[in-house]
Every structure is written in structure tokens, then in C-alpha cells.
Write a protein that binds this ligand. Structure first.
Ligand code: 0X9
Ligand code: ZN
Length: 299
């Protein structure tokens, strides 16, 4: 059986996307949105009962390769949705009226690299400069104030923005999918680690977002739901002032595209293990994050 409380390598995750879609054909379908730099297919799982998705939430995990708890959460979410649909009242209602687009690993090449060569790799694996340095930070590559604050035009930097906005195939695939489904996507959620924060726009400026009050209310409720399980403490607020300013991030891009509910999670922990969060903490982390995610859904 598939293990949701272990970290799975890419070969296992990709097989799992096919298996879960085959096991729940009326609830789950698998869609290829593009290919990565190294030509791996990028699959997202569409979860829900709506025929044509009128209301949808887009969720991505693993935009940064080393943040392993993030893909683990996306897998957990799909497991919970499929397992409890038709049993749990809330989940049934939710999936009858809402479609979840779940991209379990956005930065697949980078994720593979963390399993095979460098556990602490962050960026993708493209070679887009005339240096020996590999990789663009995909969370600096979106077309929003591209390559300005909190971003670098040096290929060797960990926050390299790439040669142009959307220069990376992974960025392009996600941005194209969201653009093509913009009428139905009501929320955008991006999962990272670590530091236990729930962030909302803006990241590229300290100015407050036009819907700041509402975003703050939603974030407050979500972290409240999260902490109700194991008392895990999250801080929340605009990304720029709560974590640090960044430009070209997916969450700011989605927000400025008109997706009103755009949130970035920085999952456990606060630095004890950091990116190397041990497997025994996957289950509790995913369970509490589920509560926060469902709290946002209810908006
Ligand atoms: O730097 C990042 O991309 C994120 N932190 S991480 O340690 N996971 O790399 C924070 C992004 C914050 N910006 C937005 N949410 N827009
Ligand atoms: Zn990250």
C-alpha cells in the first residue's frame, strides 16, 4: 500500500497519480499541464464531482525542491478527499460543488535532484545562463514585478529569477493552466516549508493588498483551525512584512490575475529540523494543515 506518512520519491508519486485516478474515476482525473526542463510530465489531479468546473481551487506543492513536507501534504489532501467523499458530510458537500486542482510536485526535476544528488537543492534544474550554475528559483520566475525586490539576476544565486519572466517550462505550464481556467479558479494555495506561517499578498511591496482586511480574516480563521488540533503556532500576515519581500512569486501573480484568495503556507517546523522534517511528523503536520486548508475553502 501507498504510504502517506513517508516521503515518496518521484517514481512512486507519479505512479500514485495514475493509480488514484484509476481507483476513483468518478472523482479524480489526471491532467498533464506540461513537461519539465528534463522532460518529465507534469501531472495535476482534478478532484471533485463537478462536470465543468465552475468553482475551483488550485493547489501546488513542491515549488521548492527540498521542502519535502509540501508534496507530502498534497498527497495527504488527495488521500483524505478520496477516502472521505461520500462518508464525511462536509467533504462530500465540498467536492460536490468545488473542484480542486492539485499539483503534487511543481518542481519535479529539483525534487528528483534532492533524492539523488543534493538534499538541500531549491531551484529547478534548467541551464539558462552562460555560467556553470544550474537552476532558476521558480518562485521568482512569475510575471509580477519580475526580478526586482528579493530576487537576483545572478544565475548562481538561490533566488535567481531566470533570464525572463516565465522563462521556465514549469512556470509556464502552471501560469498557462491558471490563465486557461481563470474564470473558475477562486483560490490559489501554495505550500512551502518551513517556519509555520500563513502568508497572503503582497510580497513584492509593503503596501497592503486591496482586500487586505478580508485576507487577514481568512488567514486568522485558518491558523485558528490549524492550532485547534495540536496547538501548533502559526503567524500570519502580508508576505513582505511577515517573512520577507520577494518579487515574481506565484501567489502575488495569482492575486494580481484576480484570484482573490491567494495564500502561501510555510509548514512545520520553526527550524529545529527545518527542511529535514522527520517522517514521524508528517501525519500530524498534514492533519492540522488539512483543517486550515478546509477553513479557507469555506470562504
Ligand atoms: O522565498 C520564498 O519563496 C518563500 N519562502 S521559502 O523559504 N519556502 O523559500 C516565501 C514566499 C513568500 N512570498 C509570497 N508568498 N508571495
Ligand atoms: Zn519554499
Amino acid at each position: 500500500r501507498y504510504s502517506y506518512s513517508k516521503y515518496n520519491k518521484w517514481e512512486k508519486i507519479v505512479a500514485w497519480t495514475a493509480n488514484i485516478a484509476a481507483k476513483y474515476p468518478k472523482l479524480v482525473s489526471r491532467i498533464q499541464i506540461g513537461t519539465t526542463t528534463e522532460e518529465r510530465p507534469m501531472y495535476l489531479l482534478k478532484v471533485g464531482k463537478q462536470r465543468s468546473a465552475k468553482n475551483a481551487i488550485f493547489i501546488d506543492c513542491g515549488i521548492h525542491a527540498r521542502e519535502w513536507i509540501s508534496p507530502a501534504f498534497c498527497q495527504w489532501f488527495v488521500k483524505e478527499a478520496t477516502k472521505t467523499y461520500g462518508k464525511d458530510k462536509l467533504m462530500t458537500k465540498l467536492l460536490n460543488s468545488l473542484t480542486f486542482y492539485i499539483l503534487p510536485v511543481l518542481n519535479i526535476d529539483g525534487y528528483v535532484w534532492t533524492w539523488t544528488a543534493d538534499r538541500m537543492w531549491r531551484k529547478n534544474r534548467s541551464n539558462s545562463s552562460n555560467t556553470n550554475c544550474i537552476g532558476t528559483d521558480l518562485n521568482r520566475n512569475f510575471d509580477v514585478q519580475w526580478c526586482s525586490i528579493g530576487s537576483s539576476n545572478k544565475a548562481c544565486s538561490e533566488v535567481y529569477c531566470g533570464p525572463a519572466a516565465e522563462s521556465e517550462k514549469e512556470t509556464k505550464a502552471v501560469a498557462n493552466f491558471i490563465r486557461n481556467n481563470i474564470q473558475s479558479i477562486k483560490a490559489y494555495l501554495s505550500f512551502h516549508s518551513y517556519s509555520q506561517m500563513l502568508l497572503y499578498p503582497y510580497s513584492y511591496t509593503y503596501e497592503l493588498a486591496p482586500t487586505h482586511e478580508e485576507l487577514n480574516d481568512v488567514a486568522k480563521a485558518a491558523v485558528g483551525a490549524l492550532s485547534s488540533l495540536y496547538r501548533t503556532n502559526y503567524t500570519y500576515g502580508p508576505a513582505a512584512s511577515t517573512i520577507y519581500p520577494t518579487s515574481g512569486s506565484s501567489a502575488d501573480w495569482a492575486y494580481d490575475k484576480g484570484i482573490k484568495y491567494s495564500f502561501t503556507f510555510e509548514l512545520r517546523d520553526r527550524g529545529k529540523y527545518g527542511f529535514l522534517l522527520p517522517e514521524y511528523l508528517i501525519k500530524s503536520t498534514c492533519k492540522e494543515t488539512m483543517l486550515a486548508t478546509l477553513s479557507i475553502k469555506r470562504q
